[in-house]
Design a protein around this ligand. Structure first.
Ligand SMILES: Nc1ncnc2c1ncn2[C@@H]1O[C@H](COP(=O)(O)OP(=O)(O)O)[C@@H](O)[C@H]1O
Ligand SMILES: [Mg+2]
Length: 494
């Protein structure tokens, strides 16, 4: 029988070469933790050691699941095989995994990974994968070994570590004879150096990342990608780093009705010398109460037919119901979804927030403002990042800010989808958004129409329902004038 053969480089192409960027690669690991019913997934980045450890307290894997799922490329969609049973006392979770390649994104995060996993009632397993080997040309996939063992004890011993390395080192020796050139031998030397650099006791230096709980999985990635520090750095004082823009709001816990409140993620940046910082702490991002604080608040739902029904609160007025009919004659292909957004005025003098709260909110908005998209409670990349103008909000603003009103830097909110109701919206494998089919174009058109209609009806001075907005602005301007007058008199009187 003749069939396709696979070079080792196929793995590199599915993972490292495909994933949009490093934080997105990390989000793939977080999603796998979610699917494994973890209550947390934490990444610890040890800058001095150049090690990244990602761990979760999920159900874990035994030897069979590791071989059948983790080591099988394009393993069946989680929906097609028997689902992971929800552990006692936990809400069932919609499984996010669909393509069976998400884990290969680890190859982008670093050159080698030591996996440890524990499934209840089974021995802990350990595996060693060197991703550099998958970059070698002329090597078949089945020539690249993965070190895999079951542990006798809970902890990894030096004998175990040597046992994991042995098959990789033996393969390297076999590859030596393929090509005698200096460059080939140099590549093999580099791989050997990565393998040798893994200490006999890999966790000895990593006091904060407890290897494993009762069950769960730990990925020790070394050496971490040299691009990681740059992604963690912001480009300017008012800018959030690519990392923050991508990973903040990973779960929808900041919304009023979170889908998976039992799951959280964090990233701890260990700078060395005992200096470590939690980068995804809940205080850095928006919270549900921010919607009440915002100058304007809009929420509602598109139904199957694409008609929107919702409520709008403008300044301190009572919220009122409104609806916007579907702009198209045929029903949209995207399915029904919810929408919620808070908007803050551009100037302190026009905002109901007090000056201090306005400052804090404006700072947050400049960094992380945007309209995020969630599917089954987990953020869909890259929506929400201010540089991803998927609703052409910024583009339209240049046509006339008065008419279009909205700006990512003055709004925060979320669109909530579900895989069941919105099956037409499919993500690209590299996680750079939805594929551009009809469902996606209908989805965008509904949202763009909603924003344009909202601006025209409620926020344009001659809009049919703009009374609250116009009067509210006038009142705030008068109050601001009075305050300034009082301040002036107080200064003059001194
Ligand atoms: N953190 C984890 N805990 C338990 N199992 C995991 C974990 N990460 C990956 N797996 C297993 O490896 C498989 C492959 O993961 P992945 O490549 O992301 O594909 P998908 O999530 O689309 O199934 C998963 O289906 C799951 O069985
Ligand atoms: Mg996955």
């Amino acid at each position: 029988m003749t069939s396709f053969r696979a070079r080792a480089r196929a793995v590199d192409m599915l993972g490292r070469q495909q994933i949009a960027n490093l934080p997105t690669a990390l989000s793939e690991l977080f999603k796998n933790a979610h699917d494994a019913y973890a209550t947390y997934a934490i990444a610890d980045y040890y800058r001095k050691l150049n090690v990244l450890v990602v761990r979760d307290d999920g159900v874990g894997m035994d030897l069979d699941t590791f071989q059948g799922s983790w080591l099988t490329i394009a393993t069946e969609s989680k929906l097609e095989r028997s689902p992971v049973d929800s552990p006692p006392g936990m809400q069932p979770r919609v499984q996010l995994g669909e393509k069976g390649i998400g884990r290969f994104a680890i190859g982008a995060l670093g050159s080698q990974v030591l996996v440890m996993s524990k499934l209840a009632g089974s021995p802990t397993i350990a595996a060693l994968v060197n991703w550099q080997m998958f970059e070698l040309p002329g090597v078949d996939l089945d020539e690249v070994p993965v070190g895999l063992i079951e542990l006798d004890a809970e902890e990894l011993s030096d004998v175990d570590v040597r046992g994991l390395k042995a098959p990789l080192c033996e393969a390297l020796e076999r590859f030596r004879s393929k090509d005698s050139s200096v460059s080939w031998q140099g590549r093999l030397d580099a791989i050997r150096a990565t393998i040798d650099a893994l200490p006999d006791d890999p966790y000895w230096d990593l006091p904060d990342s407890i290897a494993l709980g009762a069950t769960g999985t730990t990925f020790l990635i070394s050496s971490a990608s040299p691009e990681l520090p740059a992604d963690l750095e912001s480009q300017g004082t008012n800018e959030a780093s690519l990392f923050d823009r991508t990973l903040h709001g990973f779960t929808d816990v900041w919304l009023r009705e979170p889908t998976t409140p039992e799951f959280s993620v964090d990233f701890v940046d260990h700078r060395g010398g005992g200096d470590s910082e939690s980068r995804l702490g809940p205080n850095e991002f928006f919270v549900a109460a921010d919607f009440d604080q915002a100058d304007h608040h809009i929420r509602g739902e598109f139904d199957d037919a694409g008609n929107f029904a919702g409520t709008i609160r403008v300044f301190a007025e009572d919220a009122v119901d409104f609806d916007i009919p579907c702009p198209d004659s045929s029903p949209p292909r995207c399915g029904p979804f919810t929408f919620e957004v808070g908007v803050v005025q551009g100037m302190a003098s026009e905002s109901t927030l007090d000056p201090e709260a306005f400052q804090a909110m404006s700072m947050k908005l400049r960094k992380l403002g945007g309209l995020y998209v969630y599917k089954d409670g987990i953020r869909v990349q890259p929506y929400g990042r201010p540089d991803v103008d998927y609703l052409e909000i910024e583009e339209r603003r240049t046509l006339g800010a008065g008419y279009y009103f909205f700006s990512y830097r003055r709004m925060f909110g979320a669109i909530c989808l579900s895989s069941e109701r919105n099956s037409g919206l499919r993500e690209k494998a590299g996680r750079e958004g939805f594929t551009g089919g009809r469902a996606y174009s209908d989805f965008r058109r509904l949202l763009m129409n909603l924003l344009v209609e909202l601006a025209a009806r409620f926020f344009r001075s001659d809009g049919p329902e703009a009374r609250s907005y116009v009067q509210g602005r006038e009142r705030l301007a008068r109050e601001d004038q009075l305050r300034k007058e009082r301040d002036r008199q107080a200064t003059a009187g001194r």
